[in-house]
Design a protein around this ligand. Structure first.
Ligand code: NAD
Length: 467
């Protein structure tokens, strides 16, 4: 670690020096870096697939969409809009400021740290990097130690594409993250759990580094009695069980209106079988279903399942576990109560609790009693129901009649609120996260609106308040 610490010190100092030059970096220089990144990714798609698959058997088509495409589309979006994002924005001049002109100048924050989780190990390390480069920052990436193949690949990508004074990678466990956090970064972009988010925020406070926290939590899905049940079930099965349930915006649990509960459960199981067991050979045989990342998470999920069962939950579907293979069957639970651990902590795995409610107000009240979710899904044909859910709750996103899709919409801010995070990512919002929106006011020599306010004071102050 001593060696690593001095390497970190060295790279940090190099980046600090380089960041001063990058303050004046042009659109062309930043786009060149984005193009280099895009070229490497396009050329090494097979290596990316192999690395992520080696970490948790994530199916190739899922890797293509949720790891590779997400990053390449973020790069292309940034390249297309960078000129507009970088241009200082003129703001209007009030009467009292006549003669002056004002702008917002988007200054790169400087040296930044990106700490990534394991669940989308490529996308969640590289996506923020795109925003950092677009904003003209340097970056040090700390990938997750739980996905070592992907972590090594990210390191290779960065070493083959960038100079260390621009972008560097430090692999390692918590001690590496902790040492990095002791440095006075200009911005820290963290994606991970709310528990570690608090540690990051405390460490950032030491240097008053600004932060973006992309955290997790329990994202509910409401199934109103006027939902199209088949459509809702298919979308939920995909959103929940893609990546073996290890998705920050996966629907964590369902709130279904009681009169459609049994019909919905039947449709849900049918959708599950259609997607993962079309040939009837069992879900474990499907190549389209990923595995849990490690034994620790398998045991955590096993514990959540047994705690719920002991307290009276019913396993409506699934429950099979093959520990040696880190296989956890998609599992649906009913008869849940709020005191079960599964209803308190983020599940982050393929267990889907289905709770029922009578009135929409009851469902909304349940959501509002709990920490603000990262995403909230509502399925209904009624726009009134959708509107009521959206305006009566607080969350990072409301998505009506779909799941997870908002992650791919670069024009929307992505992020949470309070327990699910702070600050926003993606597209323009990611660029802003890595930029200081600096106020620039240019005055004409000899002119100033405040001159009448200079001492000795007269009655002018009183007149100003009337303007
Ligand atoms: P985690 O918080 O355990 O780890 C994330 C990163 O933090 C890793 O790189 C890890 O090495 C580092 N870390 C862990 N403990 C640390 C400590 N004490 N000090 C400093 N650094 C530390 O999260 P995870 O298990 O990798 O990912 C799962 C969590 O991430 C879930 O809560 C999920 O919802 C959330 N998540 C959020 C988003 C989002 O975009 N909002 C995306 C994916 C995952």
């Amino acid at each position: 670690m001593m060696n690593k610490e001095s390497n970190i010190d060295q790279v940090f100092n190099l980046q600090k020096e380089e960041a001063l030059k990058l303050r004046r970096s042009s659109k062309v220089q930043r786009i060149k870096k984005l193009e280099d990144l895009l070229r490497w990714i396009n050329k090494h798609q097979e290596d990316i697939r192999k690395a992520i698959h080696a970490d948790f058997k994530k199916p190739y088509p899922e890797i293509d969409v949720s790891e590779i495409f997400v990053v390449t589309s973020e790069i292309k979006h940034a390249m297309k809009h960078l000129g507009d994002w970088m241009t200082p924005k003129k703001v209007s001049t009030p009467l009292t400021m006549l003669g002056s002109s004002s702008f917002i100048h988007y200054e790169p924050k400087g040296v930044t740290l990106i700490i990534a989780p394991w669940n989308y190990p490529f996308n969640l390390a590289l996506g923020p990097l795109v925003s950092a480069i677009a904003a003209g920052c340097t970056a040090i990436i700390k990938p997750s130690e739980m996905t070592p193949h992907t972590s090594a690949l990210i390191r290779r990508l960065v070493e083959e594409t960038f100079e260390p004074q621009h972008v560097a990678v430090f692999e390692g466990e918590i001690d590496t993250a902790q040492y990095l956090l002791s440095k006075p970064f200009d911005h820290i972009f963290f994606t991970g759990s709310p528990a570690v988010g608090k540690i990051i925020m405390k460490a950032a406070a030491e240097h008053l580094s600004s932060i973006t926290l992309e955290l997790g939590g329990k994202s509910p899905a409401i199934i109103d009695s006027r939902a199209n049940l088949k459509d809702a079930a298919e979308k939920i099965v995909w959103g929940k069980f893609v990546n073996c349930g290890q998705t920050c915006i996966a629907p964590d649990y369902i709130l279904v209106q009681s009169d459609v509960k049994s019909a919905f459960l039947e449709t849900l199981v049918q959708a599950l079988k259609n997607m993962y067991d079309a040939k009837g050979k069992g879900i474990e045989a499907s190549k389209d279903y990923a595995r849990l990342v490690n034994e620790k998470h398998l045991k955590r999920l096993q514990h959540l399942l047994s705690d719920a069962s002991i307290k009276g939950a019913y396993t409506y579907f699934g429950g099979q576990i093959h520990a040696a293979e880190k296989y956890f069957e998609p599992t649906i639970l009913t008869d849940l109560t709020a005191d079960m651990e599964i209803m308190q902590e983020e599940i982050f795995g393929p267990i889907l609790p289905v709770m029922e409610y009578q009135t929409l107000n009851e469902a909304i009240a349940y959501i509002n009693q709990n920490p603000k979710p990262l995403a909230l899904y509502v399925f209904s044909k009624s726009s009134d129901v959708i509107d009521q859910v959206n305006t009566s709750t607080s969350s990072g996103a409301t998505v009506a009649n779909d799941c997870v899709l908002h992650f791919l919409q670069n024009e929307l801010p992505f992020g949470g609120v309070n327990n699910s995070g702070m600050g926003k990512a993606h597209g323009h919002f990611g660029f802003l996260a890595f930029s200081n929106e600096k106020a620039v006011l240019k005055q004409r020599i000899g002119l100033t609106a405040t001159k009448p306010l200079y001492p000795p004071y007269g009655i002018t102050g009183k007149k100003i308040t009337q303007l």
